[in-house]
Write a protein that binds this ligand. Structure first.
Ligand code: C5P
Length: 228
């Protein structure tokens, strides 16, 4: 498996635990690639919503044949689906909900497996998701499980939305996050759970810098050659 040759750090955990932010910071420090696996589920969900499809086999076909391009535009990641910029569209709540629904379907997960593994290329990969350490890159030598309390995660999401000028209701965000957690944790195929050999990092009372430094130290211990 690729993970044997290319170093892979897996970062799994519930939504809002800070995986995306931490991955970006780590990628900048290490010069490694990023797999935002959630975006693949969101892209599949968006196309399914556009085509009004909910049959598992057809959803898997969409996942298998996604025409997606990840582009770096002035330091910002841009995501194109069928040549159209959907960077913002896939972050919408309705798309997130549909993503979490279709992510419970084994055929959809299977259809995205090879595409995710293909992200592992030199000099290394930071894989962000729910099952990176358990299913997609089980041979990874550094697995992190990032958590934070639902209240703290909702607060962060609230701030993010506020910064974008979007007014959100905090108790509602807490409820939505908990519902998503339950769906991700309770599903039969590749449920959200820490790999047996994952290191648990609770970020509830940690700053981004503290988390990044902690993971950088672990990476340095595991992979040796990385300078912190
Ligand atoms: O991480 P993000 O919120 O973008 O993921 C959207 C949804 O996709 C999650 O709620 C989860 O249900 C699903 N997902 C998954 N496995 C992954 C990444 C995301 O099931 N590796």
């Amino acid at each position: 498996m690729m993970a044997d040759k290319v170093p892979v750090i897996t970062l799994d955990g519930p939504g809002g635990a800070g995986k995306g932010t931490i991955c970006l910071e780590l990628a900048a420090k290490l010069g490694w690639h990023i797999l935002d696996s959630g975006s693949l589920y969101r892209l599949t969900a968006l196309e399914a919503l556009q085509k009004n499809i909910s049959d598992e086999r057809q959803l898997a076909e969409i996942a298998e044949n996604l025409d997606v391009e990840y582009r770096c535009n002035e330091g910002q990641l841009q995501i194109l689906l069928n040549k159209i910029d959907v960077t913002e569209a896939i972050r919408e709540e309705a798309v997130g909900c549909k993503a979490s629904e279709i992510a419970a379907l084994p055929a959809v997960r299977a259809a995205l497996l090879d595409r995710q593994r293909a992200f592992a290329s030199a000099p290394g990969l930071l894989a962000d998701g729910r099952d990176m350490g358990t299913v997609v890159f089980p041979d990874s030598r550094l697995k992190i499980f990032l958590t934070a309390s639902a209240e703290e995660r909702a607060k962060r999401r609230h701030k993010q939305l506020k910064d974008k000028g979007i007014d959100a209701n905090l108790p509602q965000l807490v409820a939505e996050l908990k519902a998503r957690d339950e769906r991700d944790t309770g599903r039969k195929t590749a449920p959200l759970k820490a790999a047996d050999d994952a290191i648990l990092v609770d970020t509830t009372n940690m700053s981004i810098d503290e988390v990044v430094n902690q993971v950088m130290q672990m990476a340095s211990q595991r992979f040796g050659t990385i300078e912190v």
